[in-house]
Design a protein around this ligand. Sequence first.
Ligand code: PLP
Length: 420
Amino acid sequence: MPEKMSRRKLLASASQAIAAGGLSAYAASAPSPAVAPRSTKGMDYYEKLGVVPFINAAGTYTILTASTMPEEVQSAVALAARKPVHLMELHEAAGQYLAQKLHCGGALVTSGAAAGLTLGTAACITLGNKDAIVRIPTDMSELKNEVIVQKAHRYEYDHAMRNCGVKVVEVETMEQYGNAFNDKTVMTNFFNAVDAPISREDWIRVAHQHGVPCFNDAAADVPPISNLWNYTQMGFDLVAFSGGKGMRGPQCAGLLLGRKDLIEAARLNNSPNSNAVGRGLKVAKEEIVGMVAAVDWFLKQDDAAMETEFHKRAQRIADLVAKVPTVQTKIFIPPIANHVPHLVINYDSQRIRTTGLEVMQKLREGKPRIELNPATGGGPASAGLPSSPDTIVVGVWMLQPGEDVIVGRRLREVLQAALQ
Ligand SMILES: *Cc1c(COP(=O)(O)O)cnc(C)c1O
């Protein structure tokens, strides 16, 4: 588990094309020079604060500020920021719109997938018992407080459930699973991106036999776009996504989708209600509108076109670095989370005398700064990416037009310099 926990630590949201708008962003694949961020009115506070942005060759990692919003999402946020509205009216209208678009009973814009996990857990505890909202997490007497999880699905985000005063009950086999239910069982959680002995279908079926709702944490699991409804339609009662990862909404946004009654219960545990576990999980009008606009943007994309474009970017970088002796490249698509083409670079470390971590550091310190995928050099790999001391992993999906060539040239330069 410690290994998985550290892997998850870096798994989060990342950054893509400020300049990109709509499908054309992915279809326009000419290796043009890097596009300067569009001029906007106002002070550049990164410059003022001396914080230097980088080229995101990593992916959608929270610590790297996740994704950047496409232009049309940025515009929607900027417009929304200008006028006050009633927060609950906005929450409800956004929820109805999203539930309809994403083919589920109910939807709530949350401050992220982790917030979705907290609010979903709170919803299961307090469904039909509003008095319980105030008691979470310090007065759990007489409240259901056990969540069943497969051992392989334990992760650091368990804390988001434990915020509600629950304890996690681990199971490994179907037999243990069936026996784990009792009158304290309030929910089960499934970590969507990681293989575990009990399948999604069995997981849902047994829980429902016991009348217990199933949560699915699918935070990083789009594309494919259809995952936004695949898991709710499969029978998961609650499904959480990060807004700032593949959907490229605001980083402090996410989706909680699922059964209407549970979503309604989640809403009651959320900000702006003050005496509730979710008060600190506030989303403002900017995040709510940004999340809805990001969903609209994302639904207009095309899985095949995105994959083709990411593949082309990876190939352009591969063609540049493959000129260095012993360098080998392959294009790799992780199975579930971050399910997009990544470039994996290997080399003979007897000939190229440097480690992946050293390469990563050189790129980080260069001009422009470049961040490689954290699986590079045997670092904490994210969900299924190859990782070893002499492996370099390039996440291409958050690159802006033209940046692939910059990354490829810089990598070639650094590897060439280490060649003996
Ligand atoms: C990124 C991630 C989260 C957290 O998502 P936020 O939107 O940052 O709250 C939770 N679970 C998994 C599996 C993730 O990958």
